[in-house]
Design a protein around this ligand. Structure first.
Ligand code: SOE
Length: 416
């Protein structure tokens, strides 16, 4: 969506100022470039690095090419290894030095949730564009301050709800907007994982309330809420419950991979939810249910949803992310059945950049798509979605659900 008036002009001017045009030896204009500083080098740092690296390779039409200038992390040995492995020009151990560098135009925040607000506000004050991991913040208060900061600075901002960048999901959005399934009655979302069922699994940062803000709620349900906003509409009120099944775990000795870690001897408190379940009423009259848990044995990363409308249904599971299922309720009863659409045709969103039909893509490519949209947004001075305002809307629903679980009542999203 084009931003109106003075703010759009300010954004465009800033983008033009900061995204430098390069010229080749003959002086021919080439794509603009955007110098990137990435904070965080572990699971998300790796996923984002891959996106920055792949965008110009697979999307030569990108309007601004990311230059992988500097990666930042507190542990020098770890971050210097990541710098070499992922292909960054340099590394830094203090994020403030990255934000203060005049040659950096985009700050990517791929850290634990408790520092998103501080980093984003500092980056905005320095006039940097910002790409931030989800959930946007620890709470609504922080998210509001972040939105205010990017608006005041007039910088491009995006929050990495990467599932919006799954071709099947973007295609579902197109089909819904075309009216294929008509009026929507139901949204049903499950985000099911099983990586912490073992009580001996240690207290990684995702299980610490002061770093993560919440557990499966902010980590998983946040994605489902964002998709519900994207595909169905805004949420009016919620009622929910949350549960922590394992209340004490061994403290963390060290992380050993994306979601794996070694345990220490000493025990500590789990200060987040293990599971979050809630019902919602959408402003447009549809109703929805959500379930997010890390205790669903057999589901490694089952991000699933189904939408039921008057003319049919759509459903999706990220573990089969190249497929969108469609049920056509207008067909005669004796020919009914869900059918599987392979969303790998060149006409499907982003797919012309990849492989021939049914030569499937994977989870990592959602980051490439997000960064492609972000780079084009920076070049054009047009804020891509999901942006910080979308992140705030999600945060409001998260907080309303937690309030509802604590107070055992329906809560209006506008109350928080
Ligand atoms: C771990 O639960 C995790 O990596 C989340 O943090 C991501 O947001 C989700 O996409 C996959 O699972």
């Amino acid at each position: 969506m084009r931003l109106a008036g003075r703010r759009a002009n300010a954004l465009r001017k800033r983008a033009q100022d900061t995204a430098a045009h390069e010229t080749d030896a003959r002086g021919t204009a080439m794509a603009k470039t955007v110098n990137v500083g990435l904070i965080g080098y572990k699971f998300m740092g790796k996923a984002h690095s891959q996106g920055f690296r792949d965008v110009p390779f697979y999307f030569p039409d990108v309007k601004a090419v990311p230059v992988m200038k500097v990666i930042c992390g507190r542990d020098e040995e770890g971050v210097s290894q990541a710098q070499k492995q992922f292909g960054w020009e340099s590394y830094e151990t203090d994020w403030r030095r990255v934000v203060e560098r005049d040659d950096i135009q985009l700050i990517d925040i791929s850290t634990g949730n408790n520092v998103h607000a501080e980093m984003a506000i500092a980056a905005a004050e320095k006039g940097k564009h910002i790409f931030c991991e989800k959930p946007l913040a620890m709470n609504v208060r922080e998210a509001r301050a972040m939105v205010e900061a990017v608006k005041k600075a007039g910088v491009i901002n995006m929050v990495n709800f990467n599932y919006r960048a799954v071709p099947a999901i973007r295609f579902a959005k197109q089909l819904i907007e075309e009216g294929l399934i008509g009026r929507v009655f139901h949204w049903r979302a499950f985000y099911l994982q099983d990586w912490i069922i073992d009580p001996g699994f240690p207290l990684v940062w995702r299980l610490q309330g002061d770093v993560a803000g919440s557990g499966s709620h902010g980590d998983l349900a946040a994605h489902s809420i964002d998709l519900a906003h994207y595909l169905v509409g805004e949420i009016d009120e919620v009622v929910g419950l949350q549960e922590t099944f394992i209340k004490q775990r061994p403290k963390l000795a060290r992380t050993t991979g994306g979601l794996s870690a070694a345990a220490a001897e000493e025990m500590g408190e789990v200060t987040v939810d293990d599971a979050s379940l809630f019902l919602v009423r959408f402003k447009n009259g549809a109703v929805g249910s959500f379930e997010a848990t890390r205790f669903a044995a057999g589901h490694r990363n089952g991000n699933m949803w189904e939408i039921n409308g008057e003319k049919g249904s759509l459903r999706f599971n990220v573990e089969r992310m190249n497929e969108l299922e469609y049920y056509d309720h207008t067909q005669p009863g004796d020919r009914q059945g869900f059918r599987v659409i392979q969303t790998t045709e060149s006409s499907h969103p982003w797919m012309s950049a990849w492989w021939p039909p049914a030569h499937i893509i994977g989870w990592g490519q959602t980051f490439t798509h997000q960064i492609y949209e972000l780079m084009n947004g920076i070049a054009d001075g047009v804020n891509p979605h999901p942006d910080f305002e979308d992140g705030l809307k999600c945060q409001m629903v998260l907080e309303a659900v937690t309030k509802s679980a604590q107070e055992r009542r329906w809560v209006k999203v506008d109350e928080v």
